[in-house]
Write a protein that binds this ligand. Sequence first.
Ligand SMILES: Nc1ncnc2c1ncn2[C@@H]1O[C@H](COP(=O)(O)OP(=O)(O)OP(=O)(O)O)[C@@H](O)[C@H]1O
Length: 656
Amino acid sequence: FQRRYIDRSRRSPSPSADNEGEGNGAGDDEDNYVPYVPVRERRRLQLEAMARRLHGLGGGPGSGSGGNSASVSDANDSDGASGDREADSPAPEPNLTEEKRQEGVTLLEMQRELKRKADDVKESEHTKKLKEEAVILEFLSDKTALKGVSELAKGIQYSTALRTGWRPPRHIASMTPIECRAIWDKFKILVDGSDPPPPITTFEVNFREMKLPHALIRALSKKGIEKPTPIQVQGLSTVLSGRDMIGIAFTGSGKTLVFSLPLIMFCMEQERNLPFSRGEGPYGLILCPSRELARQTHDIVRYYSIALEMEGFPSLKVAALIGGVNAKEQADSMKFGVHIVVATPGRLIDFLNKKLRQPAGVSPALPQVCRYICLDEADRVVDSTFEEDMRTIFSYFKAQRQTLLFSATMPKKIQQFALSALVDPVIVNVGRAGAASINVTQSVEYAKAEAKMPKLLEALQKTPPPVLIFAEKKADVDAIHEYLLIKGVAAVSIHGGKDQEERKLSFDAFRHGERDVLVATDVASKGLDFPNIEHVINYDMPADIENYVHRIGRTGRRTQRGLATTFINRQVDLSVLLDLKHLLIEAKQTVPDFLAELSRGEEDYVNIAGEVGCSYCGGLGHRIADCPKLEQKQRMAAHSLAKGPDYYHGTDGADY
Ligand SMILES: Nc1ncnc2c1ncn2[C@@H]1O[C@H](COP(=O)(O)OP(=O)(O)OP(=O)(O)O)[C@@H](O)[C@H]1O
């Protein structure tokens, strides 16, 4: 299994991989066969030989038994990486050792000197690698800013964040930096950016802390929401203060409320001051990568705004612009003014480009008055729609707005892309961007293609329903769905090839517990919050590790625990498997032997000076220079140049 992967690797194998993957050359020349000696053993033999040589020379300072044993134990104590290098580097020549010995240098000192040199080499290699990566990243970043056309034309550069009427209560605002840091440390929150607003640790009922209305606190309470999660502790005060923000936190950790609640509060304030009239709005725009997620977010925003309206607050109009649904009806719903629009990017662009017939009175340039834009699952939105589409959307803005990006996975590349749209942002991290939720137990099983279906039935026995099954291809989703129905399992399915009505029916049946199993492509992997999913089964490993993180994040939400089972086999790309291996290690999960054995020497560069993994896709098992996703994207971009701009559209990724 391992050999196959090493053979399929696009990179030239490392010397150690050559040794391990001797299948290629084995038998070519049996006379030349040299048995493999493990590194630790080689190092021990070398040290023994050196010690013998020193004994043979009659001893001296540091060469007595005490000196030797100190050298050996010191070498054994050193970490594996440096040990490997020492073992691979040639042993000191006997005459050199003798020379040094005569200079009074002990074996221990020589050993330390060798280690220091090896570390220096390693450090300069790492610095070089980091510089190379910065150049690649720089090369990949398009210099066209994510801004409105008029801003670009007039050279407008905003330097301060928008101001809102919200202020933290005095006892919170007066917290010292040390007090803030203590809260961040307690909740494991990393905050970056100038002068971040203070964290707030409770949704205090009597207006004192987050200053949310009682009606909203009650509506939260009805959903079992009493205390803020870590991303809410820092995120809500940041957004309520009007600051731009990048919010990164585990799947199921409550990011949706961080951008929804402040937006509702801002719209209430607007509506109170100057009610929206016919054709006006929206004030806020939320972009989602899939229709189902857009619908879910729309429903959440409606739930809280209706709860407020029932208690005497102004009525807010919330509209959805979602592909696959009657466009005229959607446009009509905005006729009388709209406060908040939740959209998928494709339908929004059609709307902005006036491809859709708009009823009289509806503003053709939607974001003209828009002061708030949020990209939920931001990396997925940008990834699936392309940066160009984002530029189109941003080009319609006419004034400064508050810009927010949220996701559980947010590679550096995406953060860099977004920076031109952000003004003095605050970056809030709870856990590493791209880390899997710690509430999910991850199990990885080897399954040959033909054994997957029976194994699926076995996996379904592991937990009670509801269970989500993911597959990469639409055809596989259909095949699994049919198989499960034949076996008597109450299953439904969704993918990008089904019409919207069918998708909605399946989705609702599963959400309301009328069906036990939902089989889906990645359209259902991002952001969807089905209640109490017990088990996520990956019928196949997704082509990129971020999708894996999103898929398994459909279970283990809030504080619940969940199980994820993933089938892998030799068809999976080596890079993706290495990403998976390191993700499992990071999450302290059991790594099966067949995965643990896979290696191409990546351990040495998974973490370079604190920079972990690939800055393009976030995978932990490779660096940007070896990123399979980047490679594929560039190949596809070359194709699309030949085929025209619509080449990508219509896939499950671009779920318009
Ligand atoms: N403070 C809270 N206490 C308890 N439950 C909460 C809290 N905040 C949100 N929730 C609930 O947690 C669930 C997950 O929230 P949400 O969908 O916002 O997560 P997310 O971080 O956006 O996940 P994903 O990355 O998958 O999109 C929802 O059911 C939500 O109602």
